[in-house]
Write a protein that binds this ligand. Structure first.
Ligand code: NDP
Length: 297
């Protein structure tokens, strides 16, 4: 039987509507708009596209957007001074520094400076500790979005066997922690893992965040499993194509023959990331202003 295809785009659209309603109510109560500042260092084309779409989505949700585009050869001290100014700016509730930074810059030092209350990417140590200790905080957008999709599809995750493939700071590690916090039994796989296929075959939940096109095959999937594909990979163009196709880390056609539900690429996890960024910003704005955030965010 074919898997249910999880429509991340539609789910993200509904989340963005709830954020917009919360942003309008926040403006009434606080007497100002919630604001998100995005810092883009250099002119990497992919990063420029991400930053532009984040800015557009922020405005569409009724929040203020502040874009800071700085040259790739900016001095570390100057970039740090910008982050300090944004920390102190009362119009800014969320700060996102678009990663990766050019190699000459120390990204960890820049991240460490972000006020944890405004750290909408959930990358500062206090927010990582909050996630580990199950305290309120701001958590990374992509894995948080994956959790929303999983909980919507499966309800309670207690006792489910989950495998997270990938252990990056931005996706794999926080994903595993979120699943543990939701009482799943979690295995984290990475490039040194032995017999990945066997691990995946035993899992009710598979989250693939690797960056290798169609690595997870259909015959690895346990029948009925929920498959969340975080990967975004562009294949080389086939003959007659101007650009290659976008594919995930999971061989979608094969896996959807076996899985219970599966996210497509594109249109699955991708749209959730920006929606959760907006969600984190409005949640941060409420906390900073001392106003209770509405339920359902
Ligand atoms: P990283 O490159 O930081 O991490 C990749 C992880 O995959 C590493 O932990 C690595 O292991 C592991 N890995 C590599 N090869 C294998 C293998 N053969 N078997 C098992 N594990 C392996 O990537 P990210 O976490 O940042 O991103 C992963 C993917 O998700 C990318 O395709 C990226 O484009 C996409 N992405 C999508 C987002 C969205 O909004 N949909 C947002 C962020 C990322 P090791 O640690 O041992 O090196």
């Amino acid at each position: 039987m074919a898997a249910e295809v999880i429509d991340g785009k539609a789910f993200a659209g509904r989340l963005r509507e709830r954020v917009a309603a919360a942003a309008a109510a926040f403006e009434q109560q606080a007497g100002r708009k919630a604001g998100l500042a995005v810092v883009l260092v250099g002119d990497d084309p992919a990063s420029q596209v991400y930053v532009a779409s984040k800015g557009k989505a922020t405005l569409a949700a009724g929040m203020a957007s502040f874009e800071h585009r700085v040259p790739a050869d900016i001095a570390q001290a100057e970039l740090e001074a910008l982050v300090r100014r944004l920390n102190a700016d009362p119009a800014v509730d969320g700060i996102l520094v678009q990663l990766p930074l050019p190699a000459a810059l120390d990204d960890q030092a820049v991240i460490a400076l972000i006020d944890p209350a405004k750290d909408v990417d959930g990358l500062t140590d206090p927010n990582i500790a909050a996630l580990a200790n199950q305290r309120p905080g701001l958590f990374p957008c992509t894995p948080f979005g994956c959790m929303l999709l999983l909980q919507d599809r499966l309800g309670d995750l207690s006792g489910k066997d989950a495998v997270v493939i990938g252990r990056s700071q931005l996706v794999g590690r926080p994903m595993a922690q979120l699943l543990v916090n939701a009482n799943a039994t979690v295995t984290v796989a990475h490039s040194r893992t032995r017999d990945l296929a066997d691990l995946v075959r035993r899992s009710d939940i598979v989250v693939a965040a690797v960056g290798r096109p169609e690595m997870v095959r259909g015959d690895w999937i346990k029948p009925g499993a929920a498959v969340i594909d975080v990967g975004i990979n562009r294949l080389p163009p086939a003959e007659g194509e101007a650009r290659g196709r976008l594919v995930g880390d999971v061989a979608f056609a094969e896996a959807s023959e076996v899985a219970g539900s599966i996210t497509p690429v594109p249109g699955g996890v991708g749209p959730m990331t920006i929606a959760v960024l907006l969600r984190n910003t409005i949640v941060a704005a409420h906390r900073i202003a001392g106003i209770p955030a509405p339920a359902g965010l």
